[in-house]
Design a protein around this ligand. Structure first.
Ligand SMILES: O=C(O)CCC(=O)C(=O)O
Length: 277
């Protein structure tokens, strides 16, 4: 890997890696994805129009944990992230599933994953893998360099009229900017990174980046996306605010028991996750 890629990830918080997965690896990812959609977990949110599924989002499905850990261990991400971050070790955290179908629907609202998960440090990475050829207008979007800015409050994702409705509230974290509204008024309000992708390409983003997913439309009606999350040596435990207006638990909703042993600033590797390298 050349230094310019490491620098781009460090500074921009997102990079595109063309052809990181070959056809055989991609086929195994797709089989696991289809299984995970069929066998969703307790954190899944799904929308149907009659019998047609329109969206599906699932996170760290305990039913899929073992098979996904096996799958991810057989993919090139351990070596890739060790090289990208210059980290001696790499761990796999968990997956997220995104399905948008039927040619219409809404954006994945702008957010940072670090508003929902107790994470800090440079060595974090989401691998965003879509199984279709995704046009740029329907792609994942990232505010360039935003992982180096503030940790904003999250959105509750509950109110389509208020895309920045605070997850925690109480002033503990600054309210999310309304990126979409601001860029409607001024297209240059934010420097946005996004790429058209082909199957096998992977967008790597730091989960502290402000990011959101463009909707599907009639030209590009369905998107099936797997996100795998990873961390390395320089990943620390950074607690969420004590208070939450929306009732979001202080420990987050994922692996809260496992993380309850960690204190602020502890290396994240002290919790037990699948080590890849
Ligand atoms: O694919 C999307 O629409 C959103 C992806 C996302 O939020 C993530 O990768 O964390």
């Amino acid at each position: 890997m050349n230094d310019s890629l490491r620098k781009a990830f460090l500074e921009d918080g997102a990079i595109l890696i063309k052809g990181l997965l070959n056809n055989e690896q991609l086929a195994r990812c797709r089989a696991a994805y289809d299984w995970a959609v069929e066998n969703h977990g307790p954190h899944a949110t799904r929308m149907f129009n009659g019998t047609d599924q329109q969206s599906h989002v699932d996170n760290a499905n305990p039913l899929a944990k073992e098979r996904l850990e096996e799958l991810v261990s057989s993919l090139p991400f351990g070596d890739f992230f060790a090289d990208l971050w210059v980290s001696k070790k790499v761990w796999y955290f968990a997956e997220e599933v995104f399905l948008k179908a039927g040619g219409h629907g809404s954006r994945t609202l702008w957010h940072q994953d670090t508003s929902y998960l107790p994470w800090a440090g440079n060595h974090w990475g989401n691998a965003w893998i879509s199984f279709e050829s995704v046009p740029k207008k329907n792609a994942l979007e990232i505010v360039r360099g935003s992982h180096r800015g503030p940790r904003y409050d999250g959105t509750t994702f509950r109110d389509p009229m208020d895309p920045t409705q605070p997850l925690h509230g109480g002033g503990a974290l600054p309210r999310l900017p309304d990126v979409e509204a601001e860029r409607c008024l001024n297209p240059d309000a934010y420097e946005i990174l996004s790429w058209a992708t082909e199957p096998g390409d992977v967008v790597i983003l730091h989960p502290g980046s402000l990011h959101g997913g463009a909707p599907v439309d009639t030209d590009f009606p369905d998107r099936h996306t797997f996100v795998f999350r990873f961390f390395g040596d320089d990943a620390t435990f950074h607690p969420l605010p004590d208070h939450s207006d929306s009732g979001y638990p202080k420990q987050g909703v994922l692996f809260s028991e496992q993380l309850s042993t960690l204190n602020a600033g502890d290396p994240f590797r002290h919790a037990t996750f699948r080590q890849l390298i």
